[in-house]
Design a protein. Sequence first.
Lengths: 436, 157
Amino acid sequence: MGRLYNEPSPLEVKIVTRNFGLPNSESIDTYLAHQGYEALKKAIGMSQEQIIDEVKASSLRGRGGAGFPTGMKWGFVPRQLDKPKYIVVNADESEPGTCKDRLLIEFDPHQLIEGILIAALAVGAEKGWIYIRGEYRYLIDIMDKALAEAYAHGFLGKSIAGSQFKFDLYTQTGAGAYECGEESALLESLEGNRGIPRIRPPFPAVSGAFQCPTVLNNVETFCAVPAIIRDGGKAFADLGIPKAGGTRMVCIAGHVNKPGVYEVPLGFPMMKFINEVAGGIPNGRKLKAVIPGGSSCPILRADECDLNMDYDSLAKAKSMLGSGGMVVMDETTDMVKVALRIMRFYQHESCGWCIPCREGTTWLRKMLQRVTDGQGMTRDIDLIGDLAKNMLGRTFCPLGDAAALPTISLVEKFRGEFEAYVAKNPLAKNELVSVG
Amino acid sequence: MTFSPELEKRFADMVTHYPEGRQKAALIPMLMYGQDEVGSISPELMAEVAKRLKIKVIEVEEVLGYYSMLHRKPMGKYHVQVCTNVACMLVGGTELYDHACKKLGLKHLETQHNGHYSLEEVECIGACSWAPAIQVNYTFHHYVTPEKFDSILGECK
Ligand SMILES: Cc1cc2nc3c(=O)[nH]c(=O)nc-3n(C[C@H](O)[C@H](O)[C@H](O)COP(=O)(O)O)c2cc1C
Ligand code: FES
């Protein structure tokens, strides 16, 4: 352990990754030698309101995809309700392009445990589960070892750090299903069922795991909490920009010289990230497009990438910061093939529960396959766009949108490439185009 | 049906992790860890898990049909999983998968007759920044070229 997957960049601001690269960074001894569990001790001396207010002051927003303000989410838990409260950690990490939570668990599992404990104090929770995707078996072993260390050092179990506070924490394995990253499907899976989403409201804060109030956050979200309590919410907020505090891990993949996972402040310029942090595009080629935060995000053309990486700037460009999984494509990339591959994924992963998603992804995949095979018609291109638009907002959970959004953007922004495929079909020449 | 002492201990611990009366929550982990030891989700394993969790076999079936890592039939001793999702695709994942098919003489979800290798084209495995990536059983391999693929197979005795 200790071997990093990529060289750090001097442009990084390391908060959640600050212990990466230390010898035995995953052990509790290393963690304790670097201010580990100090934030927990501080939090034990704070009231629940004070902890939540500190997290609100940090303007931390969820790192799992939707970017919901974390302090506000914790504030929704009805603390007075006479039911047990739970913490659930989303370590399902399956959004294509995303590979950061893996590193947080591999290199610094105690930071995650500490973040979870502070959340538990804030809402009065007594138990928690870390739901880790099945493919990450080696991380379950690392996490189980870290949990055992934390129990042995009195940071889990009864009278934590000598206080009245008690909390139990476990790992839970997934078994291969993207949909189980969606919070309500994850809760179903945790309870031993198929990963099918629940209707909301009620939200997990009110009725989550085992129908009890639950805080459910992404791994990286919890990992930011120790620094927020230790150094103050304001110090964290000041690293980023107004309304989007702190740093976040960005995974960059595809056509760049130095792919990797880097931690940068919110609001970092995207082109600077691609060119200076990730070393630019290889072979002197030109940038064509970027998926900014996982394959569910609408794609950006090269000329749209001159923006800062924060929630509002991406929303203005009609895309999303998503889960931090950035995929860079150079001028040689075939966007029709990209569209097809993305749709194959969503069709495979649709849980089948609601019809617009199950049928929509299936038909979109079939039509995209037909176009790619040179058997498409011009009307297929229009139909792909129309069908995708008609899925928006009509599905039980956001997987339908996740499939539709990139597709709509690909067809709109790279229509010429779809038309070039259609032109390969001899039958398309005689296609009757309806007028009006 | 009995399991190894380690797995028995794991199962015994696991059922204490959930609120009273909600032990069905152990179902998916029991199937995953059970499959690792037994080789597949055999009818016996299903019946045993159902019995221990006091649920019906049909409830196990229901879950089994949903999760892609749970298999009714044994996979090979070495289950080779090649990611072709978008980040891997851009840097040679598709060609790597074609190479794997040829090299192993297998298609998606097929197993060799001698049970040595099986192959699966998988969705994103969380290694996008070190693509193309594969997993052999639970072990990750990054930046895999066809040549590196062959040498990884060389280690699979
Ligand atoms: C189809 C789908 C898949 C998702 N996958 C993940 C995932 O793998 N990891 C994750 O943290 N959030 C994922 N999410 C987002 C979760 O539903 C949820 O918003 C998030 O875990 C909340 O944590 P946060 O507020 O800390 O971001 C997914 C959402 C959808 C709709
Ligand atoms: S796309 Fe292959 S590991 Fe993510």
